[in-house]
Write a protein that binds this ligand. Structure first.
Ligand code: AOF
Ligand code: ZN
Length: 365
C-alpha cells in the first residue's frame, strides 16, 4: 500500500511539470483508515508546498492520519512557513517520505523535527523514482548549475541529416512530441550558431491543445555571427533569448542585438570558443536550473568535453540514409581511442510507435 500511495504522490507531483522550477515537483497524499482523505501538489513556483496544499483540503485537522510525500517536508522559513509545523499542527501520526531533501536548508532536519514530535517517519519508499522525477532540482540545489540534457535524433546508421543537410524529419511525430514535453519542463534550450545558420529554428514549445512554457533560447556564438533576420532574433520579444559570446564579438553587434531585446552574455574563452563551464555558472546565477542541448555536433562534443552534460536522450529512427559526408550528432575532434569514450550508464529504453529512445546518464569523473 505504501508504494501505491507514494506512486499517487509522484503522479500528483507531475501536475506541476514546467511550473515549479527551480523548485521541485512535489505531491502529497493523506490517508486515514485505508482511504485517501486529501491530495495536494506544488502547483507553481512560490505557491503552497504540496504538504500544505493537501492539508488545506482538510483544514489542517488530520488526527491519526498518514501523509505520503515524495520529498522530505521542509523545516525552513522560505517563501512559505515550514511544512513540518503544519504537519505537527494537523496531528498527523505518520509521514512516509520517498527522498530526503538535498536542499542544505533542510537535509534531514525536517525528518528530525517530525520524529522529535513523536511522528513516525518512514524514508525511502520509491526513492529511485523520486530521484528521477527531481533530478533537475537535485543537481541545481547542490551545485547552482543547470542540469544539462543532450538530445539527439539519429538514423540507425547514426546520421542526424543527409549529406545535403536535410534533417526533416528523422523521427516520427510521437517522438518529437516527447521532445516538446521536455522543452515544457526545462528552463533553457541551447544550440550552437551553426544550427541556427543551417536550420533557422524557432526553439519554442509546441504541444497541441495545452498551455505550455517556453524555455529561454540560448545560442552559443563565440564571434556573434548570428544574422538579425533569423527566426530566434525576430521572435526575441516573444520568447526570451540569450546569445552567449566572447570578447571577440563586435561591440556594435552586441548593442544591435540588445536593442532587439536579446540578452548578450559575454563569457570567458576556451581556445577561442565560449567557455561552457563558465556559461553554466552564469546561467545558474540566472536561475536556469536545466538545459536541453539540441546540438549541433560541434557544440555537443564541446559540451561533453567540458563535462557539463548530465543526461543523454538518444532517439533512434528505423531509417538508414548512408553517406560518408552525412553528419552525426557528436563531431568535434573526437576521442582517439575507444577506452577514452564518454560512458553513458543507468540506461533505460522507451519505445514509441516508430522510434526508440535510449536514455542514460553521463558517467562523471
Ligand atoms: C517546493 N514545493 O512542495 C516542497 C518544497 O522557495 P521556497 O521557500 O518555497 O522553498 C523551497 C524549498 O522547500 C525547496 O528547495 C525544497 O527544499 C523544499 N520543499 N519546495 O517548492 C514543495 N515540499
Ligand atoms: Zn515545505
Amino acid at each position: 500500500m505504501d508504494q501505491q500511495y507514494m506512486q499517487q504522490a509522484l503522479n500528483l507531483a507531475k501536475l506541476g511539470w514546467g511550473k515549479t522550477r527551480p523548485n521541485p515537483l512535489v505531491g502529497a497524499v493523506i490517508t486515514k483508515n485505508g482511504e485517501v482523505i486529501a491530495e495536494g501538489y506544488h502547483h507553481y513556483y512560490g505557491g503552497d508546498h504540496a504538504e500544505v496544499d493537501a492539508l488545506k483540503k482538510i483544514n489542517f485537522s488530520a488526527e491519526g492520519a498518514t501523509m505520503y510525500v515524495n520529498l522530505e517536508p521542509c523545516s525552513h522559513y522560505g517563501k512559505t512557513p515550514p511544512c513540518v509545523e503544519a504537519i505537527i499542527k494537523s496531528k498527523i501520526k505518520k509521514v512516509v517520505v520517498a527522498l530526503e531533501d538535498p536542499n542544505p536548508k533542510v537535509a534531514g532536519n525536517g525528518i528530525k523535527i517530525l520524529k522529535n514530535h513523536g511522528i513516525e517517519v518512514v524514508v525511502g519508499i520509491l526513492q529511485e523514482e523520486a530521484i528521477k522525477l527531481n533530478e533537475i532540482f537535485i543537481k541545481y540545489i547542490l551545485t547552482q548549475q543547470p542540469f544539462c540534457i543532450l538530445k539527439t535524433a539519429m538514423t540507425l546508421d547514426g546520421k542526424i541529416a543527409s549529406h545535403q543537410g536535410d534533417s526533416k524529419w528523422i523521427t516520427s511525430e510521437d517522438a518529437r512530441e516527447h521532445v516538446h514535453h521536455i522543452r515544457d519542463r526545462v528552463a533553457g534550450i541551447m544550440v550552437g550558431i551553426s544550427t541556427v545558420l543551417k536550420d533557422n529554428p524557432q526553439l519554442n514549445t509546441r504541444i497541441a491543445n495545452r498551455e505550455v512554457s517556453h524555455p529561454i533560447r540560448i545560442i552559443v556564438d563565440s564571434t556573434l555571427r548570428i544574422p538579425i533576420d533569423t527566426n530566434v532574433i525576430k521572435t526575441s520579444s516573444d520568447y526570451p533569448t540569450i546569445v552567449a559570446t566572447t570578447e571577440k564579438a563586435s561591440k556594435a553587434k552586441i548593442h544591435q542585438l540588445q536593442d532587439l531585446g536579446v540578452e548578450v552574455l559575454v563569457v570567458g574563452q576556451e581556445e577561442g570558443k565560449v567557455n561552457l563551464k563558465d556559461l553554466m555558472v552564469k546561467l545558474g546565477e540566472k536561475k536556469v536550473d536545466s538545459i536541453l542541448l539540441e546540438g549541433g555536433g560541434t557544440l555537443n562534443y564541446a559540451a561533453l568535453e567540458s563535462d557539463i552534460v548530465d543526461k543523454v536522450l538518444c532517439f533512434i529512427a528505423p531509417k538508414i540514409i548512408g553517406g560518408k559526408n552525412a553528419i552525426t550528432s557528436v563531431e568535434g575532434e573526437g576521442k582517439h581511442l575507444i577506452k577514452d569514450a564518454f560512458t553513458v550508464e543507468n540506461l533505460s529504453i522507451h519505445k514509441f510507435r516508430k522510434d526508440i529512445l535510449i536514455e542514460g546518464y553521463v558517467r562523471k569523473g
